[in-house]
Ligand binder design. Sequence first.
Ligand code: MG
Length: 283
Amino acid sequence: MQSRWPLGVFSSIDAGFGVQLEVAHELGVPTIQLHAPQHGSRTRERAADFLQRVTDLGITITCVFAGFEGESYADIPTVNRTVGLVPTATRASRAKEFKEIADFAAMLQVAAVGLHLGFVPHEPDDPQYAELVQLTREICKHCLGNSQAVHLETGQEPADVLLRFIEEVASENLFINFDPANMILYGCGEPIEALEKVGKYVHSVHCKDATWSDEPGITWGQEVALGEGAVNFPRYLQSLDALGYDGPLTIEREISQEPERQKAEIGQAVQLLEKLKAEFNSS
Ligand code: MG
């Protein structure tokens, strides 16, 4: 059995995002979350090949993260307009694609599919709210057919809004991928406080760090190397421990256009988290 809090990183099948499997292996990282590949790569053959590669390296895929053509994280208004299942023009086609990604994850024997839903309206009487609740039930039902969970990434709404949304959907396989840095980047609340509020739904987590914006919620904060931002990682682990969370700690540092820097920063993050874990286990 794997020990508590195995470290993880993001990787991908298509080139481009995350770190290469060999780099993960070299850094001694035993798990990955996988960026879902493009349509043309979501074949049974590619799944079998990739599964063989990870198995040979002793790596476990813990979650497949869906992403869609046309999404942009350029600034907060652009995220609002382009990300996830919220934009109405692409909602139906993306919901269909999400189900295809879930089926591909099933070929990889992965039991969790993550996504950024987008900006859920904060007011339940917004007409879009009921539609999103219904659509989320539908994708959860599809995943349940694959014995999979759906993990919603945090950040685009405060903890209370996310909590109310999940309880409204009321699907047995709907959970949260908690990202403390996103709470800061989007100006959606203190991460530890948010984690404690939504904790019972947290089934996977990202380890990412960020600094606050001067105008939280209006402009981005800044993503920084783990340990250099406003996330208090010792407290983060304390809270995860108190919640009984023992799943992977997936390091997210999306600077794959600078592979050397990415490898160095992820290497430092691995060391820092291993040190914190060791302190924890000996206290
Ligand atoms: Mg994240």
